[in-house]
Design a protein around this ligand. Structure first.
Ligand code: BDR
Ligand code: CA
Length: 299
């Protein structure tokens, strides 16, 4: 499968990237970076740091510096001041990303059958849709990590009591993407905060011995695991749901994003009225299967 990874790396974005790089089923056309967990230029540096560590090369595109109309809210308090757990990974001199992530997204989708896995605020994707609405019918699917839909008892907001970070940071962009009519699958906190799926110290120790990728996951999660004892791998679960359709269970629902009263809060309905559009929304996870795929991609 051909994919564009749109991300704001971020520790769990990094794990998603490591998985995609290690999967025989995934061909990464490019990584488009967006401001989110860290500002876009730090996100670009992080993609270079990850791919260099693994001795791999991908095309990296610099995307939006800020959300569509709001100020950026970063989350270094979760991901570390460098976005990768203050892991001291090296960075080559003289690196530069390609400019214009939005143009790359539009041209790729108009050119061939490609999916997007979006694990940051949806600013880049919304801009691409605004510039070229035809991409909505052309894109194979957009897998989104975002939202918190009240479908399980783990669905508690991680910025406000109701809002999930990616939708909170750029709710207008999320609305544009949901309204676009593209085929969308959403993996929200309902699934990714299921305690059976979190990375624990024991799991990190186990992964540590599986190749360079496992070593890297151990390294970037070390500090948060010491501080908190666990770490949620939201974006890696979204990536995994793309690679193996048996990992997350989805149902078709109508959804809306609040851009006024409770910033970024997401709702689900069974009927289309009042909604922004339809999507397949994740409601359950097979965590054993997720970890066995993760181990497999690290070998
Ligand atoms: C999302 O927020 C970010 O901090 C993570 O990388 C993930 O994409 C989870 O709410
Ligand atoms: Ca992310």
């Amino acid at each position: 499968m051909k994919v564009i990874l749109d991300m704001d790396p971020g520790i769990d974005d990094a794990v998603a990237l490591i998985m995609a790089l290690g999967s025989r089923d995934v061909e990464i056309l490019g990584v488009t970076v967006v401001s989110g967990n860290v500002p876009v230029d730090q996100g670009v540096r992080n993609v270079f740091r990850i791919t260099d560590y693994l001795g791999r090369k991908v095309d990296i595109y610099r995307g939006s510096e800020k959300p569509l109309i709001r100020d950026l809210v970063t989350s270094e308090h979760i991901h570390g001041s460098d976005g990768l757990g203050d892991s001291d990974l090296s960075l080559r001199d003289g690196i530069t990303a390609r400019e214009n992530a939005i143009k790359f997204i539009v041209e790729s989708i108009l050119g061939e059958r490609v999916s997007i896995v979006a694990t940051g605020p949806l600013t880049n994707i919304a801009k691409a849709i605004l510039i070229e609405p035809n991409i909505s019918s052309k894109v194979e699917e957009i897998v989104v990590m975002g939202g918190c839909f009240g479908l399980t008892r783990y669905a508690k907001g991680n910025v406000t009591p109701y809002s999930e970070y990616n939708f909170y940071v750029d709710p207008e962009a999320a609305k544009i993407v949901i309204r676009s009519g593209a085929r969308i699958r959403i993996v929200g906190l309902d699934v990714t905060q299921n305690p059976s799926s979190v990375l624990t110290r024991e799991r990190a120790e186990d992964l540590r011995n599986i190749g360079k990728g496992g070593e890297l996951i151990y390294r970037i999660t070390r500090k948060p695991l010491i501080e908190r004892g666990y770490f949620e791998l939201h974006d890696a679960i979204a990536m995994a749901s793309k690679i193996d359709h048996g990992i997350v269970a989805f149902k078709e629902l109508y959804i809306s994003i609040d851009t006024c009263y409770e910033r970024g809060r997401s709702y689900v309905y069974t009927e289309p009225s009042n909604s922004d559009g339809k999507a397949l929304v994740g409601y359950d996870i097979d965590s054993e299967r997720f970890y066995s795929l993760l181990r497999e991609t690290l070998k």
